[in-house]
Write a protein of this length. Structure first.
Length: 471
């Protein structure tokens, strides 16, 4: 098998930072040393560059159906190519159960498509929308035999995705003893629905009302409530895409009491704010994601949470819909909600820009250090969701998922140059310093500068061990 040697790089993990060489063969790291000499290896010079473990993004939505024919515009192929160019070598997507469907059948359906298309490694969370006795009975085997050790439930979108508190409790009790963890979209869905109906009745249909009808208080209330349910069920709980300081306060309070409450946030909440909804016309629809963008005080609270480990992970919630109808059709476009903000497909792109954004705005800005950066984008997600030490670190025996990162290269983020199908970027025109130079996935060079060298379908399904353990 081809041996590959990366020489002279600055190797950065969640705990290490040193100059060295990395040798890998057969998809795994074989040796790490100060000066390795291997006669028959392909050599890559990384002098002046960072070597980091491949990113692990545990919250993405590729070719995801949203009901009524609506679907995200990235396929597993285009979405994972975009991930790879952004330095992410493992994603965890979702297998959503339809009403009356078996969770295992939902997984098999998603696996069939992902195995044909994914160019990086992948796993799945299970989404339950119908918490029946039959569905609950499948969950232990889903975790222990199929490697799907995390279940997502929604406290929002009534009559579509939302489940009640009893269903949340039953799911937690069912998976808790089998190494499972429940991930929650935490918003008070029924109150939000009432606010949406009020706004529309008053003739307020523009995109800015998406933010006005999803207040921070209702994210905070739901987060506090579900943590209490998890406390009663005696299981860990994970809050996805946390955006509001009130929600973070609930997580901090629980952790101070010794409760295993974890949470992620996303780059758009760290770098953008609710002023984007003041854009003229329909342009604000580009920023319709749930939860919506918040104010500057929330941003500062999130950065503090990342610094002091009250927030454990930065994921992207990559859920792309085109802005213009002509790109991929109306059912993959924000234009569905042209006359009614409640019909705008909720979601935004982000999988390709996570590492450069967080490096530039986090490490270079002095908000976090390099080790914490790696922890947030690779190591913590791998640990939290049962992928470590196969993923998330640079160590002998780990998969050779390695990102060569140039900390000094300046470039401009733009839809013109990204690799997603989506026709816009949340960060259009933003200049950042720090760029992915090369990406190795299980030892195979798949990204070399602007060149794509990977193959469709080369990604492997990752059966995961227990979720909810970060140490």
């Amino acid at each position: 098998m081809q041996k590959t040697l990366i020489k002279g790089g600055r190797i950065v993990t969640a705990v290490d930072d040193y100059l060295g060489d990395v040798l890998f063969e057969g998809g795994r790291i074989e040796a790490i040393g100060r000066t390795l000499e291997v006669a028959d290896a392909e050599v890559h010079d990384a002098t002046g560059l960072l070597l980091m473990p491949g990113g692990v993004d545990v919250h993405v939505h590729m070719e995801t159906p949203m009901g009524n024919g609506i679907e995200t515009c990235d396929s597993f192929e285009t979405g994972t190519i975009s991930a790879a160019f952004g330095g992410t070598t493992t994603i965890v997507d979702f297998a959503m159960q339809n009403k009356g469907e078996s969770p295992k059948a939902a997984l098999d359906r998603r696996l069939e498509s992902a195995e044909r298309q994914c160019v990086v490694d992948f796993g799945f969370h299970s989404i339950l929308t119908d918490v029946s006795k039959a569905a609950l009975s499948e969950l232990p085997d889903l975790g222990t035999k199929e490697g799907v050790s995390s279940i997502k439930l929604y406290m929002a979108y009534p009559d579509i995705l939302m489940v009640d508190d009893a269903a949340i409790y039953k799911t937690m009790r069912k998976v808790g003893g089998h190494g499972g963890m429940v991930n929650l979209h935490a918003e008070n869905g029924v109150v939000i629905q009432a606010l949406i109906e009020e706004a529309l009745a008053e003739g307020n249909a523009s995109p800015r009302y998406h933010q006005l009808t999803r207040p921070q208080l209702m994210e905070g209330e739901a987060t506090h409530r579900v943590i209490r349910i998890a406390e009663l069920a005696e299981v860990p709980v994970y809050i996805v895409h946390l955006s509001a300081k009130e929600a973070l306060e609930a997580v901090v309070e629980a952790r101070d009491r010794g409760i295993h409450a974890f949470a992620e946030t996303c780059p758009h909440y760290l770098f953008l704010d609710k002023s984007e909804y003041d854009r003229p016309g329909f342009d604000a629809a580009k920023f319709v994601m749930t939860p919506p963008l918040r104010d500057h005080d929330c941003q500062q609270a999130l950065w503090r949470g990342l610094k002091f480990d009250d927030l454990q992970i930065v994921a992207t919630d990559h859920c792309p819909f085109c802005f213009n109808e002509k790109a991929h059709g109306l059912l993959k476009s924000k234009q569905l909600g042209k006359d009614d903000f409640s019909k705008i497909p909720n979601g935004a792109p982000g999988v390709e820009f996570r590492l450069p954004l967080l490096y530039d705005g986090g490490v270079r800005a002095g908000r976090i250090n390099l080790n914490r950066f790696v922890q947030l984008v690779a190591t913590a997600p791998a640990k939290m969701f049962g992928l470590f030490p196969r993923k998330g670190t640079i160590a002998v025996g780990s998969d050779a998922d390695i990102v060569v990162f140039d900390p000094n290269e300046r470039h401009v983020l733009s839809a013109e140059s990204h690799h997603s199908n989506v026709d816009y970027s949340l960060f259009e025109g933003r200049e950042v310093t720090g760029r992915v130079s090369k990406v190795f996935s299980r030892g195979e060079l798949i990204v070399d500068g602007d060149k794509w060298l990977g193959r469709t379908g080369r990604g492997r399904f990752q059966r995961r061990s227990a979720s909810g353990r970060i140490i």
